[in-house]
Design a protein around this ligand. Structure first.
Ligand code: HEM
Length: 141
């Protein structure tokens, strides 16, 4: 019998991410890359000048998304990730830029290689969903 829960069951991913403290580190690294990487300049410009709200909201969202406390819901209410992005112009390039920042941020964390890979794959799903919803929103403009 093993104590290791597969990522994605119960709060195994939340624990693997280092709970809220670890998630905040990941999100801080993510937005730091967004501020620095030339490939991310366009998506950085879509955000407000002050990124503190974005840092907090993404950290709170990921807490619940990874099976931990549903902090986003507690503090800000329900959320549909594709919906909150539908007003933005997110195509393949912008989706890739977001994922590139996440790839670098994951690389810097003290996570196992398996968990880094798992996180990257899992986050690709909503990122692609956003691209799809945005492309439909733009088609009907
Ligand atoms: C696909 C590329 C993406 C782009 C270009 C993008 C861009 C943005 C922008 C510009 C905002 C608004 C920030 C503001 O005005 O304060 C935002 C908010 C947010 N994004 Fe993304 N995002 C992307 C993917 C994702 C993904 C994959 C997730 C979740 C896994 C996510 C989670 C959030 C959350 C939780 C918020 C805050 C929503 C709110 O409460 O207003 N984003 N994003």
């Amino acid at each position: 019998m093993t104590n290791t829960l597969k990522f994605g069951t119960l709060d195994a991913s939340y624990q693997a991410a280092g709970q809220l403290e670890g998630i905040i580190k990941l999100v801080d690294a993510f937005y730091d890359y967004m501020e620095r990487l030339p490939e991310a300049a366009e998506i950085r410009a879509m955000h407000r000048e002050d990124l503190s709200d974005s840092r907090k909201k993404l950290s709170y969202f990921l807490s619940g998304w990874l099976g931990g406390p549903k902090l986003y819901k507690e503090h800000f209410g329900g959320i549909s990730i594709p919906q909150v992005h539908s007003h933005l112009k997110v195509g393949a390039e912008q989706r890739n830029a977001w994922m590139l920042c996440m790839k670098h941020a994951l690389k810097d964390q003290d996570y196992s290689d398996d968990f880094k890979k798992y996180m990257f794959e899992q986050l690709s799903v909503p990122a692609e969903r956003i691209r799809q919803v945005c492309s439909h929103a733009q088609d009907s403009e």
